[in-house]
Design a protein around this ligand. Structure first.
Ligand code: FAD
Length: 191
């Protein structure tokens, strides 16, 4: 596949998770295409091949606060933020599916032509701009082969569920029962 950036010379092919490391066109590891663990492993190895240990643990880095290294007076004057990392492929995916399915849950039962057109354009641009390049490439292809069904909320919700299932299958996750999409994303389980 000529569209696919390869593995730069001397760089790892697989990460600590066992997943293939995804590189951007400039040869750098893609932050939003890899898990945080793999991204840290490969960037760490790049900077300092000998070091290892706690800094590769995402749990530690995401809860650490900068206050630890700031003197008391300065800390009081400085707004403190948890050192959350930019999203990895899984966080980005979960947040994105939440947005997409919630959009479907709020989509009109009988959308007019403009509402259908707006959602069609949104999905198309979403697939074009999704910030994990290899996910976006496959999702674009899926949309070309399976045009979004926008005639009603139910149809769009089910189309999206099928689209999500195609990714689930691709990455070895179980398929979701699309009869349950409303409970999961609109009504809740008690209704
Ligand atoms: P997610 O798959 O993120 O799902 C979140 C929740 O949605 C689940 O807990 C479940 O309650 C519900 N759910 C699951 N399936 C469905 C469904 N079919 N319909 C309705 N609800 C459902 N990751 C990759 O590694 N490779 C890829 O190529 C890739 N492509 C992606 C393309 C797109 C457009 C998006 C948005 C994400 C992609 N991802 C990809 C990320 C991947 O789909 C997951 O989001 C990520 O692995 C995190 O999975 P998760 O187990 O947290 O649940």
């Amino acid at each position: 596949d000529t569209n696919k950036p390869g593995v730069p010379h001397g760089m790892p092919v697989f990460g600590a998770s066992g997943r293939r490391i995804i590189y951007d066109e400039d040869g750098k590891p893609c932050r939003t295409c890899n898990t945080l663990l793999d991204f840290k492993m490969v960037t760490h190895a790049q900077k300092d091949p000998k070091s290892s240990g706690s800094s590769t643990n995402p749990a530690l880095s995401s809860t650490a606060v900068s206050a630890m290294t700031i003197p008391m007076k300065k800390a009081a004057e400085t707004t403190q933020y948890a050192k959350d990392e930019p999203p990895d492929v899984e966080q980005l995916g979960k947040a994105s599916w939440s947005l997409l399915h919630t959009l479907a849950a709020r989509y009109p039962n009988e959308p007019n032509a403009e509402q259908q057109s707006d959602m069609g354009q949104f999905i198309s641009l979403f697939a074009k701009l999704y910030p994990c390049w290899f996910c976006a490439k496959d999702f674009k292809k899926y949309i070309e082969e399976n045009k979004p069904v926008l005639e009603s909320q139910e149809k769009f919700g089910r189309w999206l569920c099928d689209a999500h299932n195609s990714v689930n299958v691709k990455i070895g996750k179980p398929k979701f029962d699309c009869n349950l999409w409303r409970q999961r994303w609109k009504d809740g389980w008690d209704n």
